[in-house]
Ligand binder design. Structure first.
Ligand SMILES: *Cc1c(COP(=O)(O)O)cnc(C)c1O
Length: 416
């Protein structure tokens, strides 16, 4: 019998093989047919330290034996309290409040609703959201609305709300800053950005100076600045947050993916005092109307608390710097090959574009590459003709060599 499972971002009509994974360890996945697969994209950007970090796994087991789940509206528990206090200690000081949800997409929905609620409760209703071209913020309707439009969301386009699109920065980025300055005049509610690197948009990077200048424009015009650090947070770009590299503090910060070290689904939206205060009242109509059944699930919170302990007790940023260096060497080698374009790296993320006459996400290059990498026992998932590597921080040289050798061979075959 064929499986009744309907997979995400999978065209079942193509009947491509779907490997069955039985266990994982460090940077490796093990399949039912006995293969050891290198997880070169951190299981879609979530695994930071490595799979099954012992401290995080132990915290999950311990918490599961104590308290599994509890309503979070009007109730609380120790893992959530400890996590919120821990986040306050390491995140920018002005982000004084922590709101829990379950995924990156929901953390974005929450940020958007908080921004709109802030303006509504101040009796200065504002609804327009500004976004950066090529952005990705998740797959729920609101998150799709603030992300790039394309083949992924065409069927839903009529339901997506209108946003102001600020061109992605090229060169000195002046056109971007001018467009943002102009759009900010119309009293938008907020500007949402992926700091320093746009992930799903193709690992597109821009310099910290521009992030700082975009933040400054928003500050000048009283436009709330939302940093979506769902991918970039937790060391991915070389620092705990990408925003740090620009000296930027957002009004709202979205975190998920690496929040639990990649072990369990959990997200937070952190907000400044003014945003919290705008909802603070004896009037129930002004409370923040958002919840999901598993908000701040205790087991997921315990995993995140353990992740914070790993950050506190282990040299995570040294590992990140070392990995960045080891990837850079290999990327430099790759860059000399024919057909390899735009080599770029930021922290633990490295990407190249492979020359492809057709271009675009649905060109047949991506599936061909995917199959090729799968046959080489590598989990790599090109974005169109962009091949990127974003491994767990524990990956060793031998596994990195395998990844880069396979990308190099693919580039040479394609160029031939
Ligand atoms: C992955 C991602 C999201 C969505 O997170 P999910 O947990 O998949 O819903 C949002 N924003 C960015 C920048 C992401 O990379």
């Amino acid at each position: 019998m064929t499986s009744p499972v309907w997979h995400p971002f999978t065209q079942h009509g193509l009947a491509e093989p779907i490997p069955l994974v039985t266990h994982a360890e460090g940077a490796a996945l093990h399949t039912a047919d006995g293969r050891r697969v290198v997880d070169a994209i951190s299981s879609w950007w979530v695994t930071t330290h490595g799979h099954r970090h012992p401290r995080i796994s132990a915290a999950i087991a311990e918490q599961a034996a104590r308290l599994d789940q509890i309503i979070f509206a009007g109730w609380t528990h120790e893992p959530a309290e400890r996590l919120a206090r821990g986040l306050r200690r390491i995140m920018p000081e002005t982000l004084a409040y922590v709101f829990f949800s379950d995924s990156g997409s929901t953390s974005v929905e929450v940020a958007l609703k908080m921004a709109l609620g802030y303006w509504a409760n101040r009796n200065e209703p504002r609804h327009r959201i500004l976004v950066l071209e090529h952005s990705y913020h998740g797959d729920t309707i609101g998150a799709m609305s603030v992300g790039a439009r394309g083949v992924f969301n065409a069927p839903y386009a009529p339901l997506l709300f209108d946003v102001g699109v600020i061109p992605f920065p090229h060169g000195d980025g002046q056109a971007t800053l001018d467009a943002l300055e102009a759009a900010a005049q119309d009293h938008p509610a907020a500007f949402i950005v992926e700091p320093l690197i746009l992930g799903a948009g193709g690992m597109l990077t821009y310099p910290p100076r521009l992030l700082a200048e975009m933040r400054a424009v928003c500050e000048r015009h009283g436009v709330l600045f939302i940093a979506d650090e769902v991918m970039t947070g937790w060391g991915r770009t070389g620092t705990l947050l990408a925003c740090e590299q620009a000296g930027v503090t957002p009004d709202l910060l979205c975190l998920s993916k690496g929040l639990t070290g990649g072990s369990l689904p959990l997200a937070v939206t952190m907000a400044t005092e003014p945003i919290y205060d705008a909802h603070l009242s004896t009037d129930r109509a002004r409370m923040f109307f958002h919840s999901s059944s598993y908000t701040a699930n205790p087991i997921a919170c315990a995993a995140a608390v353990a992740n914070l302990e790993v950050w506190r007790d282990e040299p995570v940023l040294d590992r990140v710097a070392d990995l960045a260096c080891r990837q850079r060497e290999r990327l430099d080698g790759l860059a000399t090959l024919p057909g390899v374009r735009n080599p770029r790296a930021l922290g633990t993320i490295a990407a190249v574009d492979l020359e492809d006459a057709q271009g675009g996400y649905l060109s047949d290059l991506a599936p061909r590459l995917l199959a090729r990498f799968r046959d080489a026992d590598l989990l790599l998932r090109p974005l169109g003709n962009t091949v990127y590597v974003m491994p767990p921080y524990c990956i060793d040289d031998a596994d990195l060599d395998r990844i880069y050798a396979a990308i190099g061979e693919a580039a040479e075959d394609i160029a031939r």
